[in-house]
Structure formats: structure tokens, C-alpha cells
Design a protein around this ligand. Structure first.
Ligand SMILES: Nc1nc2c(ncn2[C@@H]2O[C@H](COP(=O)(O)OP(=O)(O)O)[C@@H](O)[C@H]2O)c(=O)[nH]1
Ligand SMILES: [Mg+2]
Length: 435
């Protein structure tokens, strides 16, 4: 197979947006899937195309990027401060915080991409910036491997295809000069983690991530000297484990509104339910409901089965017959059967598989304000699991790290700079020599 690999340079070229401790807290969720699986529809359904600048902290949004909002309980509700809660980015609605998350449509990942088909290497750059993946699968079986309309296609193929495509990409890169890699490894008396990281750094991962993958390998593999690793078995196994660490994936079983979805869902659940995060959704239904809501025909609470129409509330615009019939179908086929369109659940699971912890930095730990404004809980950052207080300071602002004195949490309780941030101590005030 032709190798289409990332940078082979041995200098770390980490472009991962999340690499802990690099002063940023910015996560990118990459949307992947074969053509016509519904990636663009999903992106449209999940993102707020009308989001104005200032709704998110990202400076530039490229054409295939979007911003979605991850929802979580905001601490303002716990302290009865909903009225004063005005987030700098995103929003807070009745104690539910909407935190911006960046979404990227990795459209170029088509069958055969690792062998240079389709857009070839272009998608690799996109993929490298993603921290987690959402694999959009057409669960209705109405599109074939190339995305053409068909009937009775087995979506099992798609899940296996994506896994092997990404696997081939990493495997080819790792093994294309395996002999040289092993010689260098022996010569430098390096640890297997150091050697593997050197070759994998182009995938935007710190050494700690390679170490995590290595530790997750079976003992028999860890105990085996790298020089004796067999490419076809040992290296392939390692790559499989590495991919789980580097690209945690949520499989979005899309188009649940179509007839054959049911049978396929059952089948996929039997095959992957234990090993994969599977979430059911209908991107089209969500887009449709959001559009009707925007046009004033319905009131729709995202991620709920709560649809209010003119029949229930006279202030809403009446629908024409065709639209009403379509709404009835969406209610029957999606909301009634599955509870929600599932689209937001996909996003939530993607944030959760990454283990992200929401943290609320405030200037004043007693009234939760920042600066002169009366507004509380102005900021919320999603940080990697096991982030320590001092590393968090540098994520908020390099100045906070430079002039760091101490940190406290609710009640003025002192925190050590090596303390890990959890949901129990995630409201934090960093004191600096400047304040
Ligand atoms: N019935 C149904 N069709 C969908 C759904 N999501 C997407 N589609 C349709 O699938 C086709 C391909 O969608 P698109 O988003 O362009 O796929 P992409 O190539 O992966 O970006 C379009 O005709 C969409 O309207 C869904 O949830 N239900
Ligand atoms: Mg598309």
C-alpha cells in the first residue's frame, strides 16, 4: 500500500489542540464518515451557523469548522445566581451552561484514503487536529461504500472500514522504515515509549499519550523487546491500542428515521455494543425541527421530545399541510420511538469519552465574579482529565502561571498547585503577585 503519512521529521510537530499543558484548552471534534453518511447534515444540525463572533473563543473558523455547544449544569444554579450568570462565551439558560466546542468536518476521509484515494493526504492534516472523532454512519443501509444510493447495504462494513483506514495510515507510517527505527532504538538504548513517540509525534500526541497506549497493551507485548516485535502482529496490535487512545471515537448511527434502521441498529449493537460508543441520531430530523423553530412554527427544546405547535399555543404560526405531515412523521419515527433526535447526545458522548472536566476560573472566590462586572462564572474551560491546578493556571493565561502565588476553591479552601481538578473543586481562583 502506498504510504501517505504525516511528517516524518523527528522534531515533535504536535498539532493536537489539546496537548495538555501547552497553554491552550481547545478541543476539536472531527466528523468522519463515508460520503453521504450525513456529515454535513450532522454539522448543520449540531452547530449554530448564526453564532456571532464572541460566541466562542476561537479566533478563526475555517469553512469546514463549526461551533457546537456542550451542555452541563452551571454552578450558578447551585448558588441561586442564575440572574447574574453571563458567560463570556456560549450561554447559560436557566442554569444549563452551553460551552462552545469546535467541530471539524473531515470530509476527505473516503474509502481508500490511506492509500492515497480521494482527496489523498489532505484529510490527514485535518484528522491530526482532531482530539476525538464522531463517525457518522448511515444506519439505514441506503448508501453503499462509495456513498451512492442503494438498498440493504450493511453498515457493519462502514465501521470496520473506518477503523482499518485510520489503522493503515498510522501503521504505514510506523513501519515504513521499521529497520531503521529499530537500529536507532538499539543504538540509543531508548525506551520503547521514546522510540514509538518519535515516530508517532506527527499525529499530534505528547509522549504521555504514547505511554498511556503502551501501558494499555498486554503484558506479553510490553515485555517483548521492541527489536523483536513482529510487524504483522505486534506492531498492528500496538497501533490498534494507540488509536483508541489518540482518537476516542463515538459512532453516530444516523438516519434512524428510515425504514431499515431498526434491524441494522440491533445488528450493530450486538457486534459493537460492548467495544464501541454507539449513539442513535437523525441529523435531518434535528435540522428540520430547528428550522421550524427558527421560523416561528414550533417551540422546540433541543434534545427533547418537547415540540409545541400552533394547536397548543396560538402565538405560534400555523403550518401548511405538507409541513405538518412531515412534522408528524418526525414525531412518530424519531421523537416517539427514540425520545430525541440524538444529535446532542452524540456531542455529549464525544466530550465525555475525552474525559473533559469543566472548570470555572473566577477572580473572586466568594462572589464568583471576575473583574468589575457583577456577572458571575464568566468563563468555563473544558480541560483534559487529571489536569493539575498549576497547569490549569497556564491554560487560563500565561500571566497567571508566571505570577502564580496560590489557588483557592469554594469557601476560600486552599488548593495545592499539584492538586488534580475534579467536579468537586472546579471553581477556582488563582491568586497572583499582581492581584
Ligand atoms: N432520512 C435521513 N436522511 C439524512 C439524514 N441525515 C442526512 N441525510 C441525507 O443524506 C444525504 C447526504 O447527507 P450529507 O450531510 O450531505 O452527507 P455527507 O456527504 O456525509 O456530508 C442528504 O440527502 C441528507 O439529506 C437523516 O438523519 N435522515
Ligand atoms: Mg458533506
Amino acid at each position: 500500500m502506498a504510504s501517505t503519512t504525516p511528517s516524518t521529521s523527528t522534531t515533535p510537530t504536535s498539532s493536537s489542540s489539546s496537548s495538555g499543558g501547552n497553554g491552550r484548552s481547545r478541543f476539536v471534534i472531527g466528523i468522519v464518515g463515508k460520503p453521504s453518511a450525513g456529515k454535513s447534515s450532522f454539522l448543520n444540525a449540531i452547530t449554530d451557523a448564526s453564532a456571532k463572533t464572541g460566541a466562542f473563543p476561537f479566533t478563526t473558523i475555517a469553512p469546514n469548522h463549526g461551533v457546537a455547544y456542550y451542555r452541563l449544569p452551571c454552578p450558578c444554579a447551585r448558588f441561586g445566581l442564575q440572574a447574574q450568570c453571563r458567560p463570556r462565551y456560549g450561554s447559560c439558560q436557566n442554569g444549563t451552561r452551553h460551552v462552545p466546542v469546535e467541530i471539524l468536518d473531515v470530509a476527505g476521509l473516503v474509502p481508500g484514503a490511506s492509500a492515497g484515494l480521494g482527496l489523498g493526504n489532505q484529510f490527514l492534516d485535518d484528522l491530526r487536529t482532531a482530539d476525538a472523532l464522531v463517525h457518522v454512519v448511515d444506519v439505514s443501509g441506503t448508501t453503499d461504500a462509495a456513498g451512492k444510493a442503494t438498498v440493504g447495504y450493511d453498515p457493519v462494513n462502514d465501521i470496520d472500514w473506518l477503523t482499518s483506514e485510520v489503522h493503515a495510515w498510522v501503521f504505514n507510517n510506523l513501519t515504513k522504515n521499521w529497520g531503521g527505527l529499530v537500529r536507532r532504538h538499539t543504538m540509543l538504548k531508548a525506551s520503547p515509549i521514546e522510540t514509538l513517540h518519535k515516530q508517532l509525534s506527527g499525529y499530534g500526541c505528547p509522549q504521555s499519550m504514547v505511554a498511556k497506549a503502551f501501558d494499555a497493551c498486554p503484558k506479553t507485548l510490553r515485555d517483548k523487546p521492541l527489536e523483536t516485535w513482529d510487524q504483522e502482529t505486534d506492531v498492528k496490535d500496538f497501533v490498534s491500542v494507540f488509536l483508541k487512545t489518540r482518537f476516542p471515537t463515538v459512532v453516530a448511527l444516523n438516519k434512524i428515521d428510515l425504514p431499515d434502521a431498526d434491524t441494522n441498529i440491533e445488528k450493530l449493537d450486538r457486534k459493537y455494543g460492548q467495544s464501541q460508543e454507539l449513539v442513535l441520531c437523525s441529523a435531518l430530523a434535528e435540522s428540520f425541527l430547528r428550522k421550524l423553530a427558527k421560523q416561528g412554527f414550533i417551540r422546540y427544546t433541543e434534545d427533547s421530545d418537547d415540540v409545541v405547535t400552533h394547536d397548543d399555543e396560538a402565538t405560534l404560526k400555523p403550518m401548511d399541510e405538507k409541513t405538518a405531515a412531515r412534522l408528524e412523521k418526525v414525531r412518530d419515527l424519531v421523537l416517539f420511538r427514540y425520545g430525541t433526535t440524538g444529535v446532542h447526545q452524540v456531542l455529549a458522548r464525544a466530550v465525555e469519552v475525552l474525559g473533559l472536566v469543566p472548570v470555572f476560573p473566577v477572580k473572586n472566590i466568594h462572589n464568583f465574579t471576575t473583574g468589575a462586572a457583577k456577572a458571575v462564572f464568566r468563563d468555563c474551560l473544558l480541560v483534559p482529565p487529571h489536569t493539575r491546578v498549576r497547569a490549569f493556571a497556564s491554560m487560563v493565561h500565561p500571566e497567571l502561571d508566571r505570577n502564580y502565588q496560590y489557588a483557592e476553591t469554594v469557601g476560600g479552601r486552599m488548593m495545592g498547585e499539584a492538586d488534580e481538578i475534579t467536579l468537586d473543586n472546579n471553581i477556582i481562583s488563582i491568586k497572583t503577585s499582581e492581584t
